[in-house]
Design a protein around this ligand. Structure first.
Ligand code: NAP
Ligand code: GCO
Length: 267
């Protein structure tokens, strides 16, 4: 048996991580680079791509960055063709780009609902559809969809986000079903509550200096009694992108500190 750690190597692989100028995508891309992959990322604005390129350079990663709105199918098709020409055929896709709107459902407009569905569910379909033909030509591929606690649970004010992330769980299972025979593994990562810009409003200190009630709530709901960090996601993401997971397909790997298993600490 060769060294089992070799099966976690991403050496020689091209990885596209969407929306990865910062946050969870940036952490996953950094982990992939450390495992040997060539990093490609996109973001919606040039200044964000430039910021991301500088951040990657700061940690010694020579990433390839492109401006692309993942909800724009023509732009995504063009992006993938450009990547294949300039970098190489994509071996690993992480559908990470995402937004959330925290609005009570009856106050949310249909347009606002559609915007969230567009980025968090339609876009993973669009990008996966653009990338899969290259993976089939190569004879292998890894697609990792960034799901959520809201792929399993609802909560007030996140109806669109929960609908999208629930749908993304089933899109993950369907890509597994449809392309498993072409040696494409499609899995999801379901992060718990992670300290990033997206959750900053849920953690900000109150005017009296006390913790945000939601901050205390999540700590009580998490056996690890803490928020997750983007670093907590790195190992699971490398596993799902590597040969070590070649017989793992259609699975949502929850990296949540145990939230889904726990009724929560008695107040
Ligand atoms: P974040 O800090 O808000 O970063 C999201 C990234 O996606 C940003 O770079 C954003 O760019 C980009 N993006 C948004 N819309 C885009 C579009 N149409 N085209 C291209 N890029 C776009 O979020 P995060 O916390 O890192 O979360 C990343 C993913 O993990 C999301 O799918 C999120 O739903 C999921 N997630 C997060 C948590 C958590 O607790 N943080 C937990 C579970 C799942 P802009 O800055 O221009 O918007
Ligand atoms: C919220 C949070 C969550 C996290 C994440 C949990 O408002 O409840 O933003 O949705 O982002 O998805 O897994």
């Amino acid at each position: 048996m060769n060294n089992i750690l070799d099966s976690f190597s991403l050496k020689g692989k091209v990885a596209l991580i969407t929306g990865a100028s910062y946050g969870i995508g940036f952490a996953i891309a950094s982990a992939y680079a450390a495992a040997g992959a060539t990093i490609v990322f996109n973001d919606i604005r040039q200044e964000l791509v430039d910021k991301g390129l500088a951040s990657y350079k700061e940690i010694g990663i020579d990433a390839h960055g492109y401006v692309c709105d993942v909800t724009d199918e023509a732009a995504v098709q063009k992006l993938v063709a450009t990547i294949e020409k300039e970098v190489g055929v994509i071996d690993i896709l992480v559908n990470n780009a995402g937004i959330i709107k925290r609005i009570p459902m009856c106050d949310m407009t249909a347009e606002q609902f559609r915007q969230v569905i567009d980025v968090d569910l339609n876009a993973p379909f669009i990008v996966s559809k653009a990338v899969i033909p290259g993976m089939i030509r190569k004879g292998h591929g890894k697609i990792i969809n960034i799901c959520s606690m809201m792929s399993e649970l609802g909560r007030e004010t996140v109806s669109a986000y929960a609908a999208a992330k629930g749908g993304l769980k089933m899109l993950t299972r369907n890509i597994c079903s449809e392309y498993g025979e072409q040696n494409i593994q499609c899995n999801g990562i379901g992060p718990g509550y992670i300290a990033t810009p997206q959750t900053a409003p849920l953690r900000e200190r109150q005017p009296d200096g006390s913790r945000h009630p939601f901050d205390s709530f999540i700590v009580a709901k998490t056996p690890a009694a803490r928020w997750g960090t983007t670093e907590d996601l790195m190992g699971p993401a490398v596993f799902l992108a590597s040969d070590a997971s070649n017989f793992v397909n259609g699975h949502i790997l929850y990296v949540d500190g145990g939230i889904l298993a726990y009724i929560g600490k008695q107040p």
